[in-house]
Design a protein around this ligand. Sequence first.
Ligand SMILES: [Zn+2]
Length: 160
Amino acid sequence: MPRPARFILDTHLGRLAAYLRMLGFDCAYGNHADDEELAERAAVEGRVLLTRDRGLLRRSAVRLGCLLRSDDPQHQLEEVVARFDLRSQAAPFTRCIRCNGRIEPVDRGVVADRLQPKTLRYFDTFGRCESCAAVYWQGSHYERMRRIVERVLAGAKSPP
Ligand SMILES: [Zn+2]
């Protein structure tokens, strides 16, 4: 099992992929991979296959897999964090939620022309995805995510 753990997610687990990326984990996810592609890529790249489909885990190529019980993305995140002991491996807000690329610090001057004047007025620190160039800063969206990250890494459960 590689550390930090790397994952590949079944289709329909897009929210979970975003949450795991938010914690810094390398997550392959696309919403139109078929079962065979998923199983093969998991094996070739040493990724844990996350799914709600028992049949998919029975495929012979799958060596590392995890069947998720919940259909709620936050509960799924709690399951995966507990099952693979992810608390000590997390690196929150270092990975792009949209494309899985690395987020690197970027000078505000470099991204200023892509941001609203209000954003530039209130925030000083920016990050940019080195793959898709999405720009990140610690706005209201970040605050919501930070609360989820803190709760999950503290081992607290979200309400059922
Ligand atoms: Zn990106």
